[in-house]
Design a binder for this molecule. Structure first.
Ligand code: SAM
Length: 238
C-alpha cells in the first residue's frame, strides 16, 4: 500500500491556497511534500519540484517514487525558476526560506511567470521583502495568514495578478502595512501578536545595549528610529 503523505500545520495551510487543477512548481522542494500531498489527494495532477541542492533534490525524488507519482511530479535540479520552461507553471509555491531569497528567486525568474495565476509564498523572515516585490511586480496580495507551529511563527502570502488596492496612499501608513501585512494588521490574529511582541522584546534588548555605549549623534538617531519601531510593534501586539 502507498504511504500517505502527511503535512505539518505550516504546509497544511500552504496547500489550502493551491488551486485545484494547478500545474504547480514547488521551488525549494526538499522532500517534495507539497506536490506529493496534492497529487496523492487528487487536488492536482501535474507538478514540478525544483531544488538547487543535490541532497534535498534526491530526497524529493525518493519521496515521489515512494508514492508512485514519478509520472506526475518532475523533480528538477536547478536554481529557482530556472528549472521551469516558459509558461509551464500556473501556480508557484516557495516556502521555508527568507523573504529576500524568495524575492530574488521571483525577480530572477520573471520570464517564467507568464502563465502563473497564483503565487503561494511562505517566508520564514522578512515578509516585507515579499510584499514589496508583489506590489512592484503586478501582483496583488489577495490574502495573507499566519500560523504558529512548535513555537515558531510563519506568514503565508498569496499573490495573484492584478492591481493592488490594499495599501494606503499615505506613505507612512503603507510602510507599516508592508512590514506587518495589510490584512494581518487589521485582523491581528494571536500568532501575529505573539510574533510582533517577540520582535519588540528583541529591539528592547538591542536598545539596552545601545544605551550602554558612547552616545554619538548617529547612535542617538538610530535609537530614536528603533524606539519608534519598537513602540509600533508593541502597539500592534496588544
Ligand atoms: C528550509 S527548506 C524548505 C523546504 C520546503 N519548501 C518546506 O517549506 O518545508 C529550503 C529549501 O530551499 C532550497 N533552496 C534554497 N535556495 C534555493 C534556490 N535558489 N532554488 C531552489 N531551491 C533553493 C534549499 O536547498 C532547501 O532544500
Amino acid at each position: 500500500m502507498q504511504e500517505q503523505v502527511t503535512l505539518d500545520r505550516r504546509l497544511k495551510r500552504v496547500v489550502d491556497f493551491i488551486p485545484a487543477g494547478s500545474i504547480l512548481a514547488d521551488i525549494g522542494s526538499d522532500h517534495a511534500y507539497v506536490p506529493c500531498y496534492l497529487v496523492q489527494q487528487g487536488i492536482i495532477d501535474r507538478a514540478i519540484a525544483g531544488e538547487v541542492n543535490q541532497g534535498p533534490m534526491e530526497a524529493a525524488k525518493a519521496q515521489v517514487e515512494l508514492i508512485g507519482a514519478s509520472d506526475k511530479i518532475d523533480v528538477r535540479l536547478g536554481d529557482g525558476l530556472a528549472v521551469l520552461n516558459e509558461d509551464e507553471a500556473t501556480c508557484i509555491s516557495i516556502c521555508g526560506m527568507g523573504g529576500s531569497l524568495i524575492r530574488s528567486i521571483l525577480e530572477n525568474g520573471r520570464d517564467k511567470l507568464g502563465a502563473v495565476e497564483r503565487l503561494v509564498l511562505q517566508p520564514n523572515v522578512d515578509g516585507q521583502q515579499v510584499r514589496e516585490w508583489l506590489l512592484v511586480s503586478g501582483f496583488t496580495l489577495v490574502t495573507e495568514t499566519i500560523v504558529e507551529e512548535n513555537d515558531k511563527i510563519y506568514e503565508i502570502l498569496v499573490g495573484e495578478r492584478g492591481t493592488e488596492t490594499r495599501y494606503s496612499a499615505d506613505e507612512a501608513e503603507r510602510t507599516w502595512q508592508l512590514m506587518f501585512g495589510p490584512e494581518l494588521l487589521e485582523t491581528r490574529p494571536e500568532p501575529f501578536k505573539l510574533k510582533w511582541g517577540r520582535e519588540a522584546d528583541k529591539l528592547d534588548y538591542v536598545l539596552g545595549q545601545m544605551a550602554a555605549g558612547a552616545q554619538t549623534e548617529a547612535l542617538v538617531r538610530k535609537q530614536e528610529e528603533f524606539k519608534t519601531l519598537r513602540d509600533k510593534m508593541r502597539e500592534v501586539s496588544q
